[in-house]
Design a protein around this ligand. Structure first.
Ligand code: CP
Length: 348
């Protein structure tokens, strides 16, 4: 177990963390979860410390798990809405007396607290793929305190930690576990790639036999795919991409079907800035839905996963998400425990 390399670090993507470091995070998360379950107080760990949370987008799970987590660790989390502070902006995106340069916001908050957490994707950066990640990295450049990514347009690392902790709890291992991250239909194309990209990074990093299933038009970031191939090779496990919903599910232990936008949704040069075309592409694949028949293709002990919120009746039928194979509320709870683990390690 690695313990010496955490203090003061940013948490922006799992690509910045080794397998051994992630194993430590999961170990600490399980310890904090055990303490929480038996009512053992652990409010000395971040006593009187402050986390500033800046949300450019809506949230149920992320906001409440960070806020509750900081309370349980003895500190406090501030909820900051960009429109109610001066919206943090990069040079070239500034509006007089409406925005404030990220370099200034980061240095001010660094004088007052112990961590800055940011959520930003989609509309606030006009669907320019990578712009939200750049904003968060700019915060990290200027801040003297850890910067935590609460979901940007590339990564949702805390969701991925909760996902793999849930897999570990259900199967007791990553080796030999067939983890299927699949696209599923939603009437809304306003869906970033952060969850599927972080899920396959986490699954391949930890050694699951990972399958990415999507219609040909829904390809993910080639840099992420390359990283996953490297992790699978290093672990002696497998990573494959298939374009058939049912084929991917066959014999799976983990089924994680959710929607994400095709590249046409993003601004040039990455995409085409064409939400109408993105919608047209989505509507070709209404059959990509988690049904009881779909679940029956998997291993009898398979679990259904989703980061939530789920688009019920489009991505998934109630019978599946409310059924015995669903572990979505375990995943949601595990957000609390993994975030407390990372905050304890980097903000202590
Ligand atoms: N899974 C997740 O990040 O949920 P919220 O959007 O509610 O934070």
């Amino acid at each position: 177990m690695k313990t010496e390399s955490f203090h003061g670090r940013d948490f922006i993507t799992l690509l910045d963390w080794s397998k051994e470091e992630v194993e430590t995070i999961l170990d600490v998360a399980l310890d904090l979860k055990r303490r929480y379950a038996i009512g053992e107080l652990h409010d000395h760990i971040l006593r009187a410390k402050t986390l500033f949370m800046i949300f450019y987008n809506a949230s149920l799970r992320t906001r409440n798990s960070f806020e509750a987590g900081m309370t349980q660790l003895g500190g406090h989390a501030h909820y900051l809405e960009p429109g109610k502070i001066y919206t943090p902006a990069l040079p070239g995106k500034e509006v007089a007396y409406t925005t404030e340069r990220v370099s200034d916001v980061a240095r001010v908050l660094s004088r007052m607290g112990n961590g800055i957490a940011i959520r930003c994707y989609g509309d606030p950066v006009d669907w320019a793929y990578g712009a939200a990640n750049e904003l968060i990295r700019n915060f990290a450049y200027w801040a003297d305190i850890p910067v935590l990514n609460m979901e940007d347009d590339k990564y949702h690392p805390f969701q991925a930690l909760a996902d793999i902790l849930t897999v570990y709890e259900k199967f007791g291992t990553f080796k030999g576990v067939k983890f299927v991250m699949s696209w599923a239909y939603s009437p809304s194309v306003h869906k970033p790639r952060a969850v599927p990209q972080s899920a396959i990074i986490a699954a391949t990093l930890m050694g699951c036999d990972t399958v990415l299933a999507h219609p040909p038009e829904m390809a993910l970031d080639p840099e992420v795919i390359q990283a996953c191939e490297g992790y699978a090779k290093a672990n002696g496990s497998s990573f494959e991409i298939v374009h058939d919903f049912e084929e991917a599910a066959t014999g799976a232990h983990v089924l994680y079907p959710k929607a994400w936008a095709p590249v046409q949704m993003f601004k040039p040069p990455v995409g085409e800035d064409n939400p109408d075309l993105a919608q047209e592409i989505f509507d070709r694949y209404k059959g990509w839905k988690a049904t009881p028949e779909y679940m029956a293709l998997a291993d009898p002990n398979a679990v259904y996963m989703h980061c939530l919120p789920a688009d019920r009746s489009w991505e998934v039928e109630d019978e599946v998400i409310d059924g015995p194979q669903s572990v979505v509320f375990d995943e949601a709870e595990n957000r609390l425990h993994v975030q407390k683990a990372v905050m304890s390690l980097v903000m202590r």
